[in-house]
Write a protein that binds this ligand. Structure first.
Ligand code: SF4
Ligand code: SF4
Length: 379
């Protein structure tokens, strides 16, 4: 049996849904695309990890010969109703950049161990453009919404790539868009029109980007989310699945009945947006961290997102918890709670905002309170 067959059998045996292999050539089209939209992708180009270098694997690893692309279907168990519309499915599935001591984080190291035992040298820290690698390795096709699709799993897949030094048998590329020609359902459904034309996304308008990439510590982004985007976030505190839910290529997968995930069922029972705003330590460790570990390390960003979500419910029952948050030591939490109170409106919310304005000393929070008072003036 060939080494290629051994590798593919092993991948499928440990749960991958699909595997393909492509030569370790550059992804020049990816480089051209990102550079041609440098204004939109300035934060990506400024990332200290130099992400674009991964599009030229041989520059980082001269011995590189092949890229293995692996797809894992993360929608094999049911997603509890209370979490849908709040946390993206890929995060609920605990598979995106999962830590190696968790089952979904152990799969890729297992694969790498297997390859190392077969005598392969494996590239480290090479950020291959996963969706392009998947398409070139015959694993996925593109959707106009920019997601990668594979067979019955639709776009609910986690893609991973491994660069290695062995020449293997290569798969035929599936480098194409397989959407019905006239379909625009994803673009129509996107709340912020972030997909401005097929295969073109403005990440700064994407709700997922706004929920977790807007952090002050990152290059060329800040924690500020424009009010127009906050309103469109609804109750989505981590990720957004709207353009995947609208997609006819996912409809069979979305209709399928799956067994419960008991871990998620327990977690969903404890999950609440008000608690997320307050974020007691035990709640964070048991309920938030297991499904939101991948992008946000500082709780203040998660609490900001919870404040936005509470404001977007428009429910006056949330005024007391937001009033408490207006006295929080963290200015980001105070500022976004002010926005949420303005969004809910009403005399009680106004009075809390007015009291907050009298004692507030942070100018960004003062600005938020003044804007919230102006917004709620007619309510
Ligand atoms: S993830 Fe949400 S906001 Fe982002 S492009 Fe898709 S529908 Fe639009
Ligand atoms: S909604 Fe339509 S256009 Fe968008 S990715 Fe799905 S099939 Fe393609």
């Amino acid at each position: 049996m060939s080494i290629t067959r051994d590798i593919k059998d092993f991948a499928l045996d440990i749960g991958y849904s699909k595997i393909g292999i492509t030569p370790a050539d550059s992804f020049q089209d990816h480089i051209d695309e990102v550079q041609s939209r440098g204004e939109i992708y300035d934060y990506y180009l400024a990332d200290p990890r130099q992400l674009l270098q991964g599009a030229q694997p041989k520059k980082i690893m001269p011995s590189a010969r092949s890229i293995i692309s692996l797809a894992w279907d993360y929608a094999q168990k049911a997603f509890p109703e209370p979490l849908l519309g709040k946390v993206g499915r890929i995060y609920q599935a605990r598979c995106y950049n999962a830590p190696p001591d968790r089952i979904n984080g152990a799969r890729l190291p297992l694969m790498m161990d297997f390859l190392a035992k077969m005598g392969c040298e494996i590239g480290k820290g090479i950020f291959v453009p996963e969706r392009r690698a998947g398409a070139r390795a015959g694993v996925t096709t593109f959707g106009k919404n920019n997601f990668a699709y594979t067979g019955k799993s639709g776009s609910f897949i986690l893609l991973s790539s491994i660069v290695l030094d062995k020449e293997l048998e290569y798969d035929a590329p599936t480098y194409s868009v397989k959407c019905p020609r006239d379909c625009t359902a994803c673009m129509d459904a996107c709340p912020t029109k972030a997909i401005y034309e097929p295969l073109k996304l403005n990440p700064r308008r994407c709700l997922a980007f706004n929920a977790f990439s807007t952090q002050d510590e990152r290059p060329l982004v800040t924690s500020y989310i424009p009010p127009e985007i906050r309103e469109k976030m609804g109750t989505r505190v981590h990720g957004c699945d709207v353009c995947q839910e609208a997609c006819p290529r996912n409809s069979a997968k979305l209709k399928e009945k799956y067994p419960e995930d008991p871990f998620l069922v327990n977690l969903a029972e404890e999950f609440s947006l008000t608690k997320m705003l307050e974020m007691p330590d035990q709640f964070y460790e048991r309920t938030i961290r297991p499904i939101m570990y991948n992008y946000i390390q500082d709780k203040k960003y998660l609490r900001r997102n919870a404040a936005i979500a509470l404001g977007n419910t428009g429910d006056p029952d949330h005024v007391p918890v937001l009033a408490l948050a207006m006295e929080d030591p963290e200015e980001l939490v105070r500022g976004y709670s002010a926005w949420a109170l303005g969004r809910i409106g009403g005399p009680r919310a106004r009075s809390i905002l007015e009291s907050g304005l009298k004692r507030e000393h942070s100018s960004p929070v003062i600005d938020e309170i003044k804007a919230a008072l102006a917004d709620s003036a007619g309510s």
